[in-house]
Design a protein around this ligand. Structure first.
Ligand code: GLV
Ligand code: MN
Ligand code: MN
Length: 412
């Protein structure tokens, strides 16, 4: 089989999708169920239709585009990723796995390959936690790990529920029907940019992912006492922002205290009320993200953060309410899918390294219902979640080539 990747076309498609954004180029902001997200989905679906794939949307807005195999009764092989993007993001996070997955299918079609198992390209809803505070919404629902009542209980900052938001984007029906049975996919392989510096530093063209780190996130509400920034004297204050600042520093020291480079803690959201320069903050909401490849160590960090919240509440006489949004276990990739990727690298004489993923991905959840692994392409400077995120067309094409080869093995 002669596989050729249309690298120029794929690059153009990535650029076109990147231009569908709520912000001017090169900034990509494509938050789930916004107009940009809906237009991005339409763009990808039109390309899938051109490739002869049959498209199905589920009530959560996950889309699968199916290339029918010669034995449609067999469990399909899945590939894909997400197209939603955090505010001020770049063009490649998620989209490389979606448009690259599509190009892998087209390359197999051009080579005259006919899969025995169907191959499904999946576009997952809201891998990013931007709008509803929890990542991998679509794949959590697909894997049955998120209760369908989340449709009502998850709300965005404007109070719009997940059910209202998905309906406004045209996705209706019960979320209870989204979960797929274990074994629905015979295998799942996700292509993604590395989002870190290792492949570039080591000058290795591809990474075969063998495990995905365990993420957890917390929403912490702090209620203090507001007042006039001039008139209320320092000793009498219960400043909610200062309490939040103390907790943020505690997140940093808890993450550092493990002594492991694999533990990371971040406070990426801080909403201050009322947000006026001459007013003492009375309410603050922060969101905390903690990850590790070792779950017990990650959980110990979460306990330290909880203790810091108690101490700060007592010391500053503020009320602190902390809610664990998710605390997911790490995923081990499946040796059969890892081997298919490794053999595909070897067939095409492309060097690779086995590595772990420190970012989370929809594969974290797909691994609960299907044998799953991932393939990484290098990210320039290790940069991601920024407009200057970049992976070269050549690097992406190598990833697509290996993905196509692995899909052919897994679907034969
Ligand atoms: C995914 O985008 C992550 O935050 O790891
Ligand atoms: Mn991301
Ligand atoms: Mn991603």
């Amino acid at each position: 089989m002669q596989l050729t990747i249309e690298q120029f076309r794929l690059s153009q498609e990535l650029d076109q999708l990147g231009s569908i954004s709520e912000a001017p180029p090169p900034v990509v902001t494509r938050v789930v169920f916004t107009d940009a997200d809906v237009r991005g989905r339409e763009f990808v679906k039109s390309l899938c239709r051109e490739a002869g794939l049959s498209i199905r949307d589920d009530p959560a807005g996950n889309t699968s585009a199916r290339w029918q195999g010669s034995d449609p009764g067999l469990a399909p092989v899945g590939t894909g990723s997400h197209i939603d993007a955090i505010p001020n993001a770049g063009r490649f996070d998620g989209t490389v796995g979606v448009l690259g997955g599509l190009e892998a299918i087209r390359a197999l079609q051009r080579a005259g390959f006919r899969p025995k198992r169907s191959i499904e390209l999946v576009i997952f809803t809201s891998e990013e936690p931007t709008r509803f505070g929890i990542g991998c919404l679509g794949s959590r629902l697909l894997s049955g790990l998120l209760d369908p009542s989340a449709g009502e209980s998850l709300k965005d900052r404007d109070g719009i529920s997940l059910n209202q938001a998905r309906a406004s984007a045209g996705f209706t029906g019960s979320l209870a029907t989204v979960a797929l049975p274990r074994g629905y996919y015979s295998a799942f392989a996700e292509l993604h940019i590395e989002q870190g510096p290792l492949l570039e530093q080591r000058q290795v063209p591809l990474g075969v992912v063998t495990a995905i780190a365990a993420p957890a996130s917390l929403k912490i509400q702090i209620e203090g006492e507001g007042g006039h920034a001039g008139a209320v004297l320092m000793p009498g204050r219960h400043d909610a922002f200062l309490a939040a600042a103390e907790i943020a520093l505690a997140v940093e020291s808890a993450a550092l205290s493990t002594g492991s480079i694999d533990t990371v803690g971040t406070v990426g959201v801080c909403d201050v009320f009322p947000g006026a320069v001459n007013s003492i903050p009375s309410r603050v909401r922060i969101e905390v993200d903690v990850r590790d490849i070792d779950q017990p160590r990650r959980d110990a960090v979460l306990r330290q953060i909880a203790e810091a919240c108690d101490k700060t509440a007592a010391k500053r006489h503020v009320k602190i309410h902390s809610e664990m949004v998710n605390a997911d276990p790490p995923a081990q990739c499946d040796p059969i899918v890892v081997n298919a990727l490794v053999q595909a690298c070897e067939t095409h004489k492309i060097r690779f390294e086995r590595m772990i993923s420190r970012a989370y991905h929809d594969s974290l959840f797909m691994s609960r219902i299907a044998p799953t692994a991932m393939l990484f392409v290098p990210s320039r400077g290790g940069v991601s979640h920024r407009p200057d995120e970049y992976s070269s067309p050549e690097a992406i094409a190598q990833g697509v080539l290996v993905l196509a080869e692995a899909l052919s093995r897994l679907s034969s």
